[in-house]
Design a protein around this ligand. Structure first.
Ligand code: ADP
Ligand code: 5GP
Length: 194
């Protein structure tokens, strides 16, 4: 009998390469689903509603918080982000596992709400590399890069809380490490169902 679908939480500072690593993971591990988060941040050029994020107004986001619609939610760099329960449950029904790409406060909430979820902290090889990646991505202003790096200092301190840590130095090696953690959890281990 195939094991129950699992929840994989991929966390770590902005710009560390979570999105890039997850793209590689989804190509290599079939039947994994990526949960589309909700946010109040404005779409970046090319981002599509319902694909990259569910873009909500602050009013709609808070209404849904009050209605208990979120598994976890957090404020990050002045915007709200969260995982909708309906989104997660729908994806759990259709795959071998669901991936959440979320920041550290949200990862802690998932750990409390779903102790069987598997969390992986993605760490940068150095602070300088993190800064260079955030600048190189070209999606954030200089002020936003500084704010994200300040938040990153706190996030990096939380690294020991996480069962799995992958240092994203060389992308191929980090992708291999993430794939082997996820495959290992899908092939063995307990249920990640909520
Ligand atoms: P996050 O999702 O954690 O915010 P991204 O996946 O958007 O981070 O990556 C941030 C930037 O760093 C992107 O421009 C990406 O191409 C680059 N990047 C990701 N992984 C590596 C790596 N191992 N080495 C060098 N650059 C990387
Ligand atoms: P960005 O604005 O760069 O898309 O995301 C900023 C931060 O919010 C990133 O660290 C990203 O992982 C995190 N994030 C994205 N979606 C969620 C979510 O649903 N919940 C939480 N807690 N964080 C999220």
């Amino acid at each position: 009998m195939p094991s129950a679908p699992k929840v994989f939480v991929i966390t770590g500072p902005s710009g560390v390469g979570k999105g890039t690593l997850i793209r590689g993971l989804l190509e290599r591990v079939p039947d994994l689903e990526l949960s589309v988060s909700a946010t109040t941040r404005a779409p970046r050029p090319g981002e599509q509603d319902g694909v990259d994020y569910h873009f909500l107004t602050p009013q709609e986001f808070e209404r849904r918080v009050a209605a208990g619609d979120f598994v976890e939610h957090a404020t990050y760099s002045g915007n709200r982000y969260g995982t909708l329960r309906s989104e997660l449950e729908r994806r759990l029904e259709s795959g071998a596992g669901v991936v959440l790409e979320i920041e550290v406060q949200g990862a802690r909430q998932v750990r409390r709400a779903m102790p069987a979820a598997v969390a992986v902290f993605i760490a940068p090889p150095s602070r300088e590399a993190l800064r260079a990646r955030l600048i190189g991505r070209g999606t954030d202003s200089a002020e936003q890069v500084d704010a994200r790096l300040q938040t990153a200092e706190r996030e990096l301190e939380s690294q020991p809380e996480f069962r799995h840590v992958v240092v994203n130095d060389r992308l191929e090696e980090a992708t291999d490490a993430l794939v082997s953690i996820v495959r290992g959890e899908i092939d063995g281990g307990g249920s990640g169902r909520i």
